[in-house]
Design a protein around this ligand. Structure first.
Ligand code: PLP
Length: 398
């Protein structure tokens, strides 16, 4: 079977392979921290890498490896490394390639804690970061220095859905010998495969769409085998290994990714169109709307636009708070990409630690609401938002 020729849904279901222990149909949870050796020579040969096998779960676990094979297949990578969170994956995919004095170019619109990881934590160890608007690839070109190791960005970016041109940035980075890394959490490999457009490494917060059910925290990095060997060695040496049970839940969620994403794409677009035409909404940020600034590039590099929508209400912060208070199906919680719909306020929640000045430069205003549109019936979601906006209007008199 030529796996490359199989469709996405077939690969998400069969990507782990059929060679399972004890002829199990489903990959079992290998809830074991260590593995027995047949003899001292067997143990020594495993440690020396002369034979393949399992030693200790921090080094490798059969359930996690089945998950890694599936992820490799879906992102069209050569190899994958799973982590116990998205942030651990971001650190694991960047830090092992850097040393004191190196430099990162980062997109300026990012998940708040990723901004802190680069701008605060890495800075303490002598790794500097220049934040640029990656929607303009020229800003990436201009920021490159001899000591630049990475260009890291999200597209679409959290929370404003800013879109950056993956092929253009990959080309600029390749010429300069800089690795480009994309956080593909918002899009998923169903909607966008950055490695096929020249990106070196893709990471995900698997907590989101990849798992889809909101029951694990997880992450992963994918790319070329030689890079992933370095990432895996770093994971083994520094310790962030996912639990086998979480790998199992992650793998189980992954098997329905395409079916869920079809629904997220459909509902995301319908909700964005509803908000776009709503008289009490000032602005909608969704790359699938033809008047969105990212639409042209998104059309070129994405197969669907996902379920993440950001919008600003007339009536300012007070009106936004009323909407958050009054939705019945959209649950007031951070995170995203679950089968149920979520609503949150980035300026006071996910991006609260980002300075107001930095936030506003990227269009992340105090009245911006971010929703993760789930898989419920479209008309129910639209009705829920509609009634919450009505209540907000009545409350603030906008
Ligand atoms: N990247 C993006 C785009 C995110 O939204 C998040 C979390 O919300 C992360 C990374 C971090 O992932 P985790 O919470 O799994 O560490």
């Amino acid at each position: 079977m030529d796996k490359k020729k199989l469709g996405f849904t077939t690969r998400q279901i069969h990507g782990e392979g059929h060679d399972k222990p004890l002829h199990a149909h489903n990959m079992p949870i290998f809830q074991s921290s260590t593995y027995m050796f047949d003899s001292p020579d067997h143990g020594a040969a495993l440690f020396a890498g002369e034979i393949k096998g399992h030693i200790y779960t921090r080094l490798g676990n059969p359930t996690t490896e089945a998950l890694e094979r599936t992820l490799t297949n879906l992102e069209e990578a050569e190899a994958s490394v799973v982590f116990p969170s998205g942030l651990a994956a971001i650190q694991g995919a960047t830090l092992p390639f850097m040393k004191h004095g190196d430099h990162i170019i980062s997109g300026d619109t990012l998940y708040g804690p990723t901004l802190s990881l680069f701008g605060d934590i890495y800075a303490r160890y002598g790794i500097s970061t220049t934040f640029v608007n990656t929607a303009n690839p020229d800003e990436v070109r201009k920021a490159i220095r001899p000591e630049t190791k990475f260009c890291f960005y999200e597209t679409p970016a959290n929370p404003t859905n800013k879109v950056s041109d993956i092929a253009a940035i990959s080309e600029i980075c390749r010429h300069a010998g800089v690795k480009s890394v994309i956080d593909n959490t918002f899009a998923t490999p169903y909607n966008q495969t950055p490695l096929t457009l020249g990106t070196d490494i893709v990471i995900h917060s698997a907590t989101k769409y990849l798992n889809g059910h909101g029951d694990i925290i997880g992450g992963c990095a994918m790319g070329k085998s030689e890079d992933m060997d370095i990432v895996r060695t770093y994971r083994t040496a520094t310790g962030p290994c996912i639990s086998p049970f979480d790998s199992y839940l992650f793998l189980r969620g992954l098997k329905t990714l395409s079916m869920r994403m079809d629904r997220h794409n459909k509902n995301g677009l319908a909700v964005a169109e509803f908000l776009h035409d709503h008289p009490d909404v000032d602005k909608v940020m969704y790359p699938g709307l033809p008047d969105d600034p990212g639409y042209k590039v998104a059309k070129k590099q994405m197969r669907g636009f996902s379920g993440m929508v950001a919008f600003e209400l007339k009536g300012g912060f007070q009106a936004a708070k009323e909407v958050l208070q009054n939705t019945k199906l959209f649950i007031l919680a951070v995170s995203l990409g679950t089968v149920d719909s979520l609503i949150q306020h980035p300026a006071s929640m996910t991006h609260a630690k980002v300075s107001k000045e930095f936030r506003e430069k990227q269009g992340l205003t105090d009245n911006l609401i971010r929703i993760s549109v789930g898989c419920e019936d479209t008309e129910d979601l639209i009705a829920d938002l509609g009634q919450a906006i009505e209540k907000a209007k009545a409350a603030v008199g906008a």
